[in-house]
Structures are given as C-alpha cells and as structure tokens.
Design a binder for this molecule. Structure first.
Ligand code: 13P
Length: 251
C-alpha cells in the first residue's frame, strides 16, 4: 500500500555539469519496469534543471534540501517554498541532522517550514534521528518521538499523507557505519506505532518511512526487506549513478 522510495540527497556536492551528467545516466539506465519512486535532491541552483530532466520519466521527481520558514521578504540568501514549487520541485527535505546541527534548526522552526511547504503543495521528507550519545544513554526513543510529535503532530491525518519520514541515525551518516537491519527496523516500527497511535492504522500503514545512514548497494536489499523500511535517503552512494541505481532496484 505504501510507496517504495529512494531519494538521493546530494548535499553540497556535484556542480551543475556533474549533476546533470548523473541524472542523465540514471535516467538512461533506469529499467523500463522500474517500480521505485525516485527522488533527486540537488542544490537549489540547478533544482529546476533536474526537475525538468525528470519531467518525462514516470516515478522520478526532484526535491529541495531545505526551504525558508518565511513566506517571502527581506531574508537575504534564503529560498522560499513557493520558489521551489515554481521550479517544479515536488518534495522538500526538512530537518536533516546537518541542518539541525549547523543551522540550529529546532522542532518548532521545522513546524513552520512544514507549513510553508504545505502552503505550496510540496511534500515533505522529514528527517529524524539520534546521536550516538543519545543511543548509548537509551534516550533515542524519546528523542525521535519529540522530533516527530513537536514538528508534525499538529497536522491532520489528511495532511499527514504528504509526509515521508526519514530515520537517519546521526552516527551512521557519512561514517560507513550502517545501523544493523534490526536496529533500523526497531526504530521504524517504533515510528509507525507512534503514527498508529496518533492517526490510526490506515494512515500509519500508508506512510513511507525511509532509512538513511551509509546505505549502499551492499546493504540496501537487506535493509529494504524489513517490514517497516520502505526505502532510503541516500547521501554518498547517491552521487554515483550505478550505486544509486542499484539501491533503487533493491526491493
Ligand atoms: P550517507 O548515505 O552519506 O551516510 O548520508 C546519509 C544522509 O545524510 C542522507 O540524507
């Protein structure tokens, strides 16, 4: 019932030429019977180009990596959700741990970004995840619960249909250390239970929950075979066409 999704978060990597070449190669090699929803999240500056390149391929769309919490105005350097929508983005990634850490994004701020995204018909890939210290202290469940509930639980069940959750343990991001399938599945099941409690079985069952953190071709199949892991939010391995393609075909 829920979508299998693989999203490539390029972060601050690839220039315009490299980004275009990557999308061209992925689209050219994508199997005709591809069943996975694929999302490219490039930098703002060529988001429109990437979105246009995807326009004729079914199940492939573009996402932004962030948006402003403000609608418009004197916010030099910021990019609004309405600008992203006008560049044909379909999703926006919000609450990535790198933004939470480097730009002090709080749960309350992210709530306002979600509102901006929804005002402009963008779907949201909402990131959550704990640090190693939090996991070692056993605080990870409460932490993830607060991230999700404080930024999202004001939404109606209908609005929540436009949310994809990405669980990204900070200790697994860019480190080469992947959460074990059991560790990831445990958190995904926990998140789905939170959604059941808040929105009921049907809404919870139709929400895609992605795993992110050193996901690569060699571990994607095992991760994605878990009951509550519906795909991945991929960093490093999304920068190489063959690796990204292999992950998209790992269901
Ligand atoms: P890596 O796949 O490089 O660990 O990054 C994961 C991530 O942060 C995706 O948003």
């Amino acid at each position: 019932m829920r979508k299998n999704i693989v999203a490539g978060n390029w972060k601050m990597n690839l220039n315009r030429v490299e980004g275009i070449a990557l999308v061209e190669e992925v689209l050219a090699k994508l199997p005709t019977d591809n069943n996975t929803h694929i999302i490219f999240a490039p930098a703002f500056v060529y988001l429109h180009k990437v979105a246009k390149m995807c326009a004729n391929t079914s199940k492939v769309v573009a996402a932004a990596q962030d948006c402003s919490s403000n609608e418009k105005g004197a916010f030099t350097g910021e990019v609004s959700a309405s600008m992203l929508a006008s560049c044909s983005a379909r999703y926006v990634v919000l609450g990535h741990s790198e933004r939470r850490a480097n730009f002090t994004e709080t749960n309350a701020l992210l709530k306002t970004k979600v509102a901006q995204a929804f005002e402009n018909d963008l779907k949201v890939i909402f990131c959550c995840g704990e640090s190693l210290a939090q996991r070692e202290n056993g605080d990870h469940f409460d932490w993830i619960k607060s991230q999700i509930s404080e930024s999202l639980f004001h939404l109606s069940a209908d609005e929540f249909k436009n949310i994809v959750i990405a669980y990204e343990p900070i200790w697994a991001i860019g480190t080469g250390v992947t959460a074990s399938t059991d560790q990831a599945q445990e958190i995904h099941a926990f998140i789905r239970d939170l959604l059941v409690e808040k929105y009921g079985e049907e809404a919870a069952e139709s929400t895609s929950i992605l795993y992110g953190g050193s996901c690569k071709p060699s571990n994607a199949k095992e991760l994605f075979s878990s009951q509550d892991i519906d795909g991945g939010l991929i960093g490093g391995a999304s920068l190489k066409a063959d690796d990204f393609l292999a992950i998209t075909q790992s269901f």
